[in-house]
Every structure is written in C-alpha cells, then in structure tokens.
Design a protein around this ligand. Structure first.
Ligand SMILES: NC(=O)c1ccc[n+]([C@@H]2O[C@H](COP(=O)([O-])OP(=O)(O)OC[C@H]3O[C@@H](n4cnc5c(N)ncnc54)[C@H](OP(=O)(O)O)[C@@H]3O)[C@@H](O)[C@H]2O)c1
Length: 260
C-alpha cells in the first residue's frame, strides 16, 4: 500500500477543497465516490480524476489507497468512516464526526483498535493567527485565561428561501448551527486554551421556523431557484452557550447562520 495515497468520498463544497489540498500537497488521489454512479462520473470528468468507484465497497477494497477523506453529509459519516477503518484505511472525516456520541465513540474505538489515524477536519486550527494565539497562551504571555468569549456568525441561511440539506435533521442531525459551526468554535477555543469544557447551558432558537424547500437540487452556499414546498424547521439556527472550562474559566459563545 502506498503510504500516502487518498480517495475522496463526497465531491460537493468541501470535498473539492480536500481534493485541492491533496493535490497541492502532492498526495496522489486514486479515485473518488459520489452519491450515485452518474454523479461520480460527472465529478470524474469535471475534476479530472483517473478513477470513479462504483461503490464504497469497491473504494475500500482498493489496496492502493491508504487514506479515505469522508466529505459527505453528516448522516453518512459513520457508515463510510467505519467501512474505511475496517478495511485498514486511515480516515479524515469531516465535522461533525457523526450524528451522536455513540457513533463518534465507536469510530474512535475502531480507529485505535485498527491502529489507524482517525482525524476530524478541524481546519481552523491551522490558521496562522490561531497558532499564534495558542503559542501566546502556552508561553504564558497573556497569563491564565479566565474569560473565554467569542462568536461564529454566518448569513447564508438568513432568508426563508435559503436551503441546504443541513436543515433536514435526518441528514444533518438534530442540532444544526451548534453541530455545524459551534463545533469549530468549541474545538478552536479548547485547542487554543488547552482547557476542556466541563459544563454548559444553552439558549437555542429556530428563528426562521418555516422555509421554502426547493423541489430541485441546490448546491451548498448557492441560492435556490424554481418551485418550492413549505418545510417546518426543527433545528437551531441560533445558539448562545454559557460554558464552564476546567480550572474555573468562564466562557460564552454565540453562533448563528442567520446574522447579516
Ligand atoms: N471543515 C469545514 O470547514 C467544513 C466546511 C464545509 C462543510 N464541512 C462538512 O463537510 C461535509 C459536507 O458538506 P458540504 O458543504 O461539502 O456539502 P455538499 O456541498 O452538499 O457536498 C456533499 C457531497 O456529498 C455527496 N454525497 C451525498 N451522499 C453521498 C454518499 N452516500 N456517498 C458519496 N457522496 C455522497 C453529495 O452528492 P449530491 O450532490 O449528488 O447529493 C455532495 O456532492 C459536512 O459534514 C459538513 O459539515 C466542513
């Protein structure tokens, strides 16, 4: 097995970013897998890839692949990451790792049992400013962090006509904004400060309770066009979370996908 050759599953917004990053790093991408044979063929043509797999099973049986990048909607992460780990591959899985703690825990156990890397794409850690912030804390330059506050505010789901699979709990999970971007903030701040969250309470709100779901396909971060159907929203598009960190630090974080 080549020590570093990859395959990418899911070629939407973030899958294309993974592909670009792999190419820039000079890591060979052996093949890709889309949501259907037709979508795989389209992506193979568009992205100039040598091989499109016909199934996940075919992908994980490719002995030339050592690492699988899982870039699909949240509800398939667990099964795809599990299949790749069981086949002896390293896995780079998009956040949130799975739909619930039980699934996440089982993947962590599987990766360590197989002696393979199980990584989650908390890419914000790698921004130079975030490295600098972590180094300042580590060196004691700012002293002991006592108050940790911040926000992650987006506007791309502001209008009732804005749509994405993340709005459907069976695809994205029962929590939305917290799992989608709150998870980045929490990961980043625990990484920068080196302090784990010990307890929390949160105010979650569905500010746009009724949305227009397009009958056709709509790409992530794109505006939908054409006919729509009313869709009742049950997931959070705003959250403010009060946090207690280990060592006694207090924190508050506000996340939203409807702030402009
Ligand atoms: N780390 C970050 O900063 C970051 C940023 C954005 C997204 N993400 C994460 O990345 C994941 C994907 O998000 P996205 O924004 O890229 O969504 P997206 O644009 O909708 O892309 C998802 C892709 O997966 C394909 N797909 C769906 N089911 C599949 C299956 N069973 N097998 C193979 N491919 C399948 C979809 O195909 P169709 O279009 O044919 O359905 C689509 O091309 C999510 O978990 C999200 O949280 C992370």
């Amino acid at each position: 097995m080549n020590p570093s050759a990859a395959a990418v599953v899911g070629l939407g917004f973030v899958g294309k970013a993974h592909l670009e990053a792999l190419r820039r790093l000079g890591i060979p991408v052996r093949g890709i897998l889309g949501s259907s044979p037709e979508r795989t063929r389209e992506a193979v043509r568009e992205l100039k890839i040598d091989r499109g797999y016909s199934s996940l099973d075919e992908l994980v049986k490719d002995t030339s692949v050592s690492a699988v990048h899982v870039c699909t909607p949240n509800y398939v992460h667990h099964n795809q990451a599990k299949a790749a780990l069981e086949a002896g591959k390293h896995v780079m899985c998009e956040k949130p790792l799975a739909m619930n703690t039980r699934e996440s825990q089982s993947l962590i156990g599987l990766a360590s049992g197989q002696g393979r890397v199980g990584a989650v794409t908390y890419n914000l850690r790698y921004y130079p400013l975030c490295h600098e912030a972590r180094a300042l804390v580590k060196r004691g330059v700012i002293g002991e962090p006592r108050l940790i506050h911040g926000s992650f505010l987006q506007d791309w789901l502001l209008y009732p006509t804005d749509w994405n699979w993340r709005l459907q709990p069976e695809l994205g999970g029962d929590m939305r904004v917290v799992a989608d971007i709150g998870t980045h903030w929490l990961d980043l701040l625990t990484w920068i400060t080196g302090k784990r969250v010990m307890e929390l309470c949160a105010d979650l709100a569905t500010v746009v309770p009724l949305r227009k779901r397009p009958l056709g396909r709509v790409a992530t971060f794109q505006q939908s066009v054409g006919e729509t159907k009313d869709f009742q929203i049950t997931t959070d598009d705003y959250a403010s979370i009060l946090l207690h960190f280990e060592g006694g630090a207090h924190g508050v974080c506000t996340v939203s996908q409807i702030s402009a």
